[in-house]
Design a protein around this ligand. Structure first.
Ligand SMILES: [Cu+2]
Length: 179
């Protein structure tokens, strides 16, 4: 193939690639300015500097809490390189609300085979609603590369039969990590 054709084809593709980059950058800038680009599930801000000192995400308030309407809220802090708490117990067949935030960098929160999949961005609260049909053990990996310890960043969710969960003490509900 003559060199000029190769050069012309490469130039064309380069232009197409550059145009795509410009369009994507424009989308980011425009949605950032006009729609305050944010984690899509929820827009709630929180100060990552004082997370452990005051407010919803103090250590004593983490884990699963039963709401007056019978639903369960699970609060988790993601940080390099673990989730706090590292293991939570939740009831099956019950509406669940996961509220997660980060103490440092961007993390991910995923429960395989469910609709739970969100980024965890410092300064924001990510909220995901779900329900487990049956008891079981699930692993929750961090799926955003967050540093050297990322691959070891795992937590567990233990889904218990509804009646069994109701019989647990608040401490047992909050954490199921082995002693
Ligand atoms: Cu992480």
């Amino acid at each position: 193939m003559p060199e000029e054709i190769v050069v012309r084809t490469e130039k064309r593709w380069l232009m197409i690639m550059a145009a795509m980059l410009v369009v994507m950058m424009a989308v980011i800038v425009v949605t950032g300015v006009t729609d305050a680009l944010h984690p899509s599930s929820n827009v709630e801000i929180v100060d990552p500097q004082t997370l452990h000192l005051q407010g919803e995400f103090v250590e004593s308030n983490l884990g699963a809490a039963v709401e007056p309407d019978g639903s369960v809220t699970v609060r988790i802090v993601a940080q390099q390189y673990n989730f706090v708490p590292i293991c939570v117990r939740v009831p099956a067949e019950t509406p669940l609300r996961f509220r997660i935030t980060s103490a440092d960098v961007v993390h991910g929160f995923l429960i395989p085979d469910t609709n739970v999949n969100t980024m965890v961005v410092p300064g924001f609260v990510s909220e995901v609603r779900t329900m487990f049909a049956a008891p079981g053990e699930y692993r929750m990996p961090c799926h955003e590369f967050c540093g050297f310890g990322h691959q070891a960043m795992w937590a567990n969710v233990s889904v218990l039969p509804k009646e069994q969960f109701a019989g647990l003490s608040p401490v047992e509900r909050t954490n199921c990590a082995p002693e």
